[in-house]
Ligand binder design. Structure first.
Ligand SMILES: [Zn+2]
Length: 276
């Protein structure tokens, strides 16, 4: 993974430099190759990691896993939004936040709950919005910054809902509001009022709809929007600056924390159920 010779693109200024360079000769950035690991990170985020495919696949796989873990819940009719709803136990096992998880201080559920959904319509609409907004965020900010925005927005949304209501909660909608906020932040910077007006309209309509439907976590929506806004403000756009190794490492750390979180929730909840 570590590259010790050859050339690479400076993450700071985008010029071609030697991997062994201690300081970029063009812009003066220190350790541009991050001891030889920056080229590997650039390759990973440049070609191998398709952000939206990773997120959507995780949502679908975990939804199916939740149904399989507790098949008895599948056929309980709970209304239109309850079609193919995973059971509560399975959702806790896979990292639902709020409720018992929050009482137990399982902080990682702020991340894992993003990828869980409570029914066929819930996952259908969220995946639709992710596929709708995600590619633009991926392109305008880059995949690492995009993933940081998605994760932080979702986590802030759940943190707010856990503090304000404490009810068990799941779903990518907080993160989706974060993606909307990130696109609005970008549009404002570009001075593109038509673009931002359209996005504001979507955000307001989606937020208002939450109050007319039952079981919608409005705190997570508001927190996700705020979290996405602040994170996007702290990020540069792709055309302004390449993603730095720092942001790429942060994205990988969030990815790892989320993956470890699924394992932790599964182990903790399963051992609680078994009475240990
Ligand atoms: Zn440079």
């Amino acid at each position: 993974m570590r590259q010790t010779q050859g050339s690479m693109i400076c993450p700071q200024c985008g010029k071609l430099i030697g991997v062994g360079e201690e300081k970029c000769p063009f812009c003066g950035a220190w350790q541009p190759s991050l001891y030889g690991y920056a080229p590997a990170l650039q390759r990973l985020f440049g070609r191998h990691l398709d952000l939206i495919t990773v997120i959507v696949t995780a949502c679908v796989v975990l939804y199916v896993a939740a149904l399989v873990l507790q098949p008895s819940a599948i056929f309980q009719w709970q209304g239109l939004f309850g079609i193919l709803s995973p059971g509560t136990r399975a959702l806790y096992q896979l990292g639902m936040t709020g409720g018992v998880a929050w009482q137990q201080h399982w902080w990682w559920t702020l991340l894992t709950a993003i990828y869980l959904h409570g029914g066929l319509l819930h996952i259908f609409f969220n995946v639709m919005w992710i596929r709708n907004l995600g590619p633009s965020v991926d392109e305008l900010y880059g995949p690492a910054r995009g993933f940081v925005i998605f994760s932080v927005a979702g986590a802030v949304g759940f943190l707010l809902s856990n503090l304000m209501s404490g009810a068990p909660s799941i779903g990518a909608s907080g993160s989706i509001f974060g993606l909307l906020a990130a696109l609005i932040v970008f549009g404002r910077r570009q001075g593109s009022s038509v673009f931002t007006a359209q996005l504001w309209q979507w955000a307001i309509v989606m937020f208002a709809m939450g109050f007319f439907m039952s079981g919608v976590n409005n705190w997570a929506h508001a927190g996700g929007f705020a979290g996405g806004w602040v994170t996007a403000q702290a990020m540069r756009a792709s055309h302004e600056k390449r993603e730095s190794p720092g942001v790429q490492i942060l994205a990988l750390a969030l990815l790892a924390a989320t993956a470890v979180g699924f394992v932790l929730s599964f182990m903790r909840v399963t051992s609680l159920l078994l009475g240990h």
